[in-house]
Design a protein around this ligand. Structure first.
Ligand code: SAM
Length: 254
């Protein structure tokens, strides 16, 4: 039996990894990493020596085939299941949960399609080993009602961007009349945050607040709340804080 583990890893603080994740990372035959150098730092910290190979958004089809063959227990020579063929494989990304604005879901989809019969017979398993994600970590300290929310990943840079700001305004407004109004959140880079705040100021309701959560689990973790204009002023006055990693949450408004 082969198992493909999808493992959540820290989003900053290298201690944020579960005991189960550490055990499995130490036991598998191979770890597929978005960037082997990033994952190696985590593994070194926990004294794990498992072999790593890269898997990312630009992984070629032929490499993808090789990965699928390994999972199916087929060696380089096409022979079924040599003892040397890695069977238990872990997938990690640079930070957080694979598949959440990160590579991973495509490969998991391919495994499910290629090995549907083996999975149904229990010969191949895909297991989640949950860990941190910036989405849930940000919501957990934002202090807003978030039993429901809309996660938008990264916003498009050009095409569809304006339309999306209109949609964000629509989905977060009218809370008094609409049961579907809910907070929205997305990931943002330090290079674009000021421009994004400007766009939000132009689209949201005048009194509508946002929450910026930056550098989660790191030394300079910080939460800034206010209207987009207020938050812009904060970052203009504290330009040294326009760095690191950002989650932007749009609160609902009546
Ligand atoms: N897979 C990751 C997850 O589960 O959260 C997300 C990876 S995505 C490529 C990277 C983006 O996630 C960053 O640009 C930032 O918006 C957000 N992010 C990741 N780590 C973060 C942190 N420590 N603090 C705030 N945002 C973070």
């Amino acid at each position: 039996m082969a198992t493909f583990y999808v493992i959540g890893t820290p989003i900053g603080n290298l201690e944020d990894i579960t005991l189960r994740a550490l055990r499995i990372l130490g036991e598998v035959d191979l770890i597929l990493c978005e960037d082997t150098r990033v994952t190696r730092k985590l593994l070194d910290r926990h004294n794990i020596k498992t072999k790593c190979e890269s898997y990312h958004a630009h992984t070629t089809d032929s490499k993808m085939e090789k990965i699928l063959d390994m999972i199916g227990g087929v060696g380089e020579d096409g022979a079924k299941d040599g003892a040397h063929v890695p069977k238990n494989i872990a997938l990690v990304s640079d930070a957080g949960t694979p598949g959440i604005s990160d590579p991973g879901s495509h490969l998991v989809g391919l495994i499910r399609a290629r090995f549907a019969d083996e999975i149904a017979r229990g010969e191949i398993k895909i297991e989640s080993v949950p860990g941190p994600s910036a989405v849930t970590a940000a919501l957990s300290i934002a202090g807003i009602e978030c039993s429901q929310f809309t996660f938008l990943g990264f916003l498009p840079h050009k095409k569809g961007r304006e339309t999306l700001f209109k949609e964000i305004t629509a989905m977060t407004s009218g809370a008094e009349k609409s049961a579907t109004a809910r907070p929205a959140l997305f990931y943002e880079s330090p290079h674009r945050i000021m421009k994004t705040l400007e766009s939000l100021a132009g689209h949201l309701q005048p009194e509508q607040k946002i929450v910026i959560v930056r550098e989660l689990t790191k030394i300079y973790e910080e939460v800034v709340r206010g209207t987009p204009a207020e938050v812009s002023v904060f970052f203009e006055k504290n330009a040294e804080k326009i760095r690191g990693e950002f989650v932007v949450i749009i609160e609902v408004v009546a």
